[in-house]
Design a protein around this ligand. Structure first.
Ligand code: NM2
Length: 544
């Protein structure tokens, strides 16, 4: 065990923060619950607007970057081709950013909006149905993916343009904070990032585990109690441990491949054997509603709620703010993966690709899985809302899948998919957590270090499941993610400063540190080469 390599202040700092937050919750659940509720309303009530602004500004900023000169910078050397073709790139991107939560929310999110719609709409009305079919896509759409992409900018830039591999958030803000990132400030930034990720992954695991437990219950009859959930969590850690033993590349690659095909199979199955026409029409319709109301949804804060005669729905706090916070805590981690796989692309391709392909993937899940459940609700063939009030969301999700033809088989496929998704979340999160606490990562972080963080990851979700309640879960992301809002500003600033410096240098001295690939230039090149082909052909014929 080479403990010299460990960056102990960061390691211990993150661990202490984690234990300090979770242990009291487990020891004093009642007081813990009250405290968590207070923390939640304090944060979302007072700082909710910051999350809304962050989401929108990040989205606008990325579009700006994509279409600016900085967006034309190539992540790599002149003439270099993208390392992965676009399909694998998009698939890997999706696998890195999305976990079991999409199975959870794609199936059931609409039911919450249907019962508690925004904008003062009457619950369960036709208007509520319209919003229910659009809001899920919004919360998993372009703004969300923009939040994911921002940290990838400085990380990819330093990795492939300045050729300084960084595996830490603190390194990525060096252009702004200077060498102070080598001191306590850098440690604080890394610990906050780790804490955020522990909260975000904790939310994922605490949502995914009960759902898997219900799947197991439906297949075997074993009661879905806390024991089964703890067992499932350990099982996923174990699958991860085995996959990690066979090395990151092979283990995670096999799992992500199975994941991709199984997910596509389930989606295709529901689409074909479910209400195909309703699914298609409602998805297209939902996209229209989203496009039409994008700005309204991105800024809906319910400011008059609770004042005078106006009632409060808490919709923005419970949903949009929660979601932005949750995407935020995952963002530096996903940014790292996105950066890693984007060699040979321009910044523009990376940014637009993430936002477009990521959103399309989520549309598929929400459009197909969500509208399948909505259809049953509306036709009365299965009262999803009634069932959910009685049995809770995880059981309802499995009950919806149970309505499909070949029900048992589909529940099995769905549960296995959720387990693999969860195992890959353990795998990739622990990989990043372990990298951050190592001074140097040659090849891969040390195995014991990775296993340590995989087990540490179980702590928060165990506490959360113990306390129960969706509010408690949402709080973990929101509280954990708050400091990251400011780190996002630093990341954006760092990228702009570094890339502007390099652009200026290349303009002034014709230095070749960066390679700029403009839209037009690329087009011209292609035309020229077609001409060349023609000329060559003529020449060949002349020669004959
Ligand atoms: N996000 C995409 O479990 C997961 O899907 C991980 C969750 C941030 C809502 C990511």
């Amino acid at each position: 065990m080479k403990t010299r390599l460990i960056d102990w202040p960061t390691f211990i700092g993150a661990l202490i923060l984690l234990v300090a937050v979770t242990l009291p919750l487990i020891l004093f659940p009642d007081a813990g619950k009250a405290f968590v509720a207070d923390a939640n309303s304090f944060m979302t009530g007072n700082f909710g607007v910051l999350y809304m602004i962050m989401g929108f500004v990040v989205f606008a900023f990325l579009l700006f970057v994509a279409f600016s000169k900085n967006g034309s910078i190539k992540l790599g050397d002149e003439g270099e081709k993208p390392e992965f073709n676009t399909f694998s790139w998009a698939a890997m991107l999706f696998a890195a950013g999305i976990g079991s939560s999409i199975l959870y929310w794609a199936v059931i999110e609409w039911a919450y909006y249907y019962q508690g719609p925004p904008f003062g709409v009457t619950p369960e009305s036709q208007e509520a149905i319209q919003w229910a079919s659009a809001y899920g896509i919004f919360h998993w759409g372009p703004i969300a993916w923009a939040i994911y992409t921002l940290p990838a900018l400085p990380i990819a830039y330093f990795y492939y343009v300045r050729k300084k591999p960084v595996l830490k958030v603190s390194e990525a803000v060096r252009p702004v904070l200077g060498n102070s990132v080598d001191g306590p400030l850098g440690t604080v930034i890394d610990v906050l990032f780790m804490f955020g990720l522990l909260g975000g992954a904790g939310t994922t695991l605490a949502l995914g585990t009960p759902m898997i437990a219900e799947g197991v219950n439906s297949l075997t009859g074993i009661p879905a109690n806390l024991g089964l959930k703890a067992f499932i969590m350990l099982l996923c850690t174990l699958i991860f441990a085995i996959s990690s033993y066979s090395g990151l590349k092979r283990g995670i690659k096999v799992l992500s491949d199975i994941n991709l095909w199984l997910a596509l199979f389930i989606l295709a199955f529901i689409f074909i054997f479910g209400p195909t026409r309703f699914i298609s029409e409602t998805t297209v319709n939902g996209l229209g509603i989203l496009a039409d109301n994008f700005f309204k949804m991105a800024t809906w804060m319910e400011p008059f709620a609770g004042i005078g005669p106006f009632g409060e729905t808490n919709f923005p706090e419970s949903w949009t703010i929660f979601y932005w916070a949750w995407w935020l805590v995952y963002a530096p981690f996903v940014g790292l993966f996105v950066a890693r796989i984007s060699r040979g692309r321009t910044i523009r391709q990376m940014v637009l690709g993430t936002m477009i392909y990521g959103t399309i993937g989520c549309i598929l899940f929400f459009g197909i899985m969500g509208n399948f459940g909505l259809y049953m609700q509306l036709t009365g063939s299965f009262d999803v809302v009634g069932f959910m009030d009685q049995n809770g969301a995880p059981a309802t999700i499995i009950a919806i899948i149970n309505q499909l033809p070949l029900a048992k088989f589909m529940v099995l496929a769905f549960t296995v998919l959720a387990i693999i998704f969860l195992a890959t979340t353990f795998d990739s999160s622990s990989y990043i957590l372990a990298s951050v606490v190592q001074k140097s990562v040659e090849g891969e972080p040390m195995r014991w270090n990775r296993l340590f963080w995989a087990f540490a990851l179980c702590l928060m979700p165990l506490a959360l499941m113990f306390l129960g309640g969706l509010d408690t879960l949402q709080t973990a992301s929101i509280v954990g993610g708050f400091p990251l809002i400011f780190i996002m500003v630093l990341l954006a600033w760092s990228f702009m400063r570094a890339s502007n410096e390099d652009i200026r240098a290349s303009d002034d001295y014709q230095s070749s540190t960066i390679h700029i690939e403009r839209w037009k230039k690329k087009g011209k090149k292609r035309r020229r080469s077609a001409l060349e082909v023609l000329e060559e052909k003529n020449k060949d014929e002349d020669d004959k």
